[in-house]
Design a protein around this ligand. Structure first.
Ligand code: URA
Length: 422
């Protein structure tokens, strides 16, 4: 086979065979075809799409480029969650121990944050001593003993995706539904979980602002997972305002512990419980996750998970050297609290990275003292900006221009869970 003919085939809309797709992925991983040829191929896929059969094979070929973890020896059913990422999305920190407390094993192999949404590993690394790198043997032992693990996906899982994603990132080919679906699902299938719940976010702070495209992505991923033998359900959830009140690494850990202790912002608790119920249903476990949040068993699993990964759950979390308060310039009712702007402000304060090798600050971020629908008085505290570098404050304030609207009209915040796609 030769790459030029395959690029032309895809460009002209011909459906590729299984052997052709296997060849493209294999040749790219082996270095037998050049980046510029695969870039042209990806651009052709971007415009032409992939058929159901092509996408299934594309995903299988990415999985076959590396190892597939074997979790079949565990005594509990395995179930994981993947979120397409949102501002203040600390759900994993609460959900994994919660579902483990109800009897499932949750293998959450995660990534780091890029851009305005934070990564789960970056959040947990705010805990003194906590480590994200675990061997496969440690992952299996922790799943058996604790019931949940949140750690870095090893280099052996879907290596073709890492190479393809880096190329898509610099060639304008990230926003393709089949390429996103294949990328996400190949990693989750290779991780070895039996069941998966997808949290596909919609709104200003989400990867997909448009509900139609988010629904299409969710349906594509559900079908792809099922074609590969997984039980999969997707939730569409709202991401117009930050989830919960904290945005930033240590700040989100503190808010997660609050939710695990029976408190927490209602939107965070509502989404976490909705995801937990779907996960338990797929795992065939009849338990009420709300009870595990109330009775302390989820918190106890969280503490055990942190300890198993070298962290000290009792150590004070790092705090920022500078905290600036943003107050309301008029009285009224909060209409909008724009997730993307708050995410950008947290990023500018140091909570996120521009390139994947950049460091992140554990302490930086934004605390939202109000949520849409709240009544405020002039001069009341709206936001707290946290940073160790005071020179970043002006830049963060700039990102927040127009992010909060205060009006006369009373608006009830909409539901967090918009739709379940099963
Ligand atoms: N996240 C992924 O893992 N892959 C994509 O293509 C997009 C988001």
């Amino acid at each position: 086979m030769d790459m030029v003919s395959l690029i032309c085939s895809k460009r002209d809309g011909r459906e590729l065979t299984d052997a052709e797709i296997d060849w493209v992925i294999g040749a790219y991983v082996d270095g037998a075809v050049a980046d510029e040829q695969v870039a042209a191929f990806l651009m052709a896929v971007f415009w032409r799409g992939l058929s159901v059969a092509e996408l299934s094979r594309w995903t299988s070929a990415i999985i076959a480029s590396g190892e597939r973890m074997d979790l079949s020896g565990l005594s509990r059913p395995t179930v994981d969650k993947h979120s397409t990422g949102g501002v203040g999305d600390k759900v994993s920190l609460v959900l994994a121990p919660l579902v483990a407390a109800c009897g499932a094993a949750v293998p959450q192999l995660s990534g780091r944050g890029l851009g305005h949404t934070g990564g789960t590993l970056d959040k947990l690394e705010a805990i003194p001593g906590w480590r994200s790198e675990l061997s496969n043997r440690e992952i299996l032992a922790q799943l058996e003993e604790v019931g949940c693990v949140i750690c870095a996906a090893g280099a052996g899982l879907a290596p073709a995706d890492r190479k393809l994603y880096a190329l898509r990132d610099v060639t304008g080919t990230v926003e393709s539904i089949p390429l996103i679906a294949g990328s996400i699902m190949s990693k989750k299938i290779a991780e070895g979980t039996q069941s998966l719940v997808l949290d596909v976010k919609v709104g200003s702070g989400a990867f997909m602002a448009d509900r139609g495209r988010a629904t299409e992505l969710a349906r594509t991923m559900v079908r792809l997972g099922r074609d590969h033998g997984l039980r999969v359900t997707a939730l569409l959830s709202a991401m117009d305002a930050p989830l919960g009140r904290a945005v930033g690494n240590a700040l989100e850990v503190a808010e997660s512990v609050e939710a695990l202790s029976g408190g927490g912002s209602p939107d965070l608790v509502e989404l976490t419980l909705a995801l937990a119920r779907e996960m338990l249903a797929l795992a065939g476990i009849r338990a009420d996750p709300a009870v595990a949040l109330r009775d302390g068993s989820a918190l106890e699993r969280y503490r055990a998970m942190v300890v198993a990964q070298g962290g000290d759950p009792d150590a004070p979390l790092p705090r920022a050297a500078h905290v600036e308060i943003v107050t309301a310039d008029r009285s009224g009712i909060v209409g909008r609290l724009d997730a993307r702007a708050v995410g950008a402000a947290a990023w500018r304060l140091g909570a996120g990275r521009a390139r994947k090798e950049d460091p992140v600050s554990a302490t930086a971020g934004v605390v939202c003292h109000v949520k849409p629908g709240d009544e405020v008085a002039e001069g009341q505290r709206l936001l707290e900006l946290h940073t160790d570098q005071s020179e970043r404050l002006d830049w963060a304030r700039e990102a927040l221009k127009g992010a909060i609207s205060i009006g006369e009209q009373s608006t009830l915040p909409g539901p967090v869970v918009l739709e379940v796609i099963a």
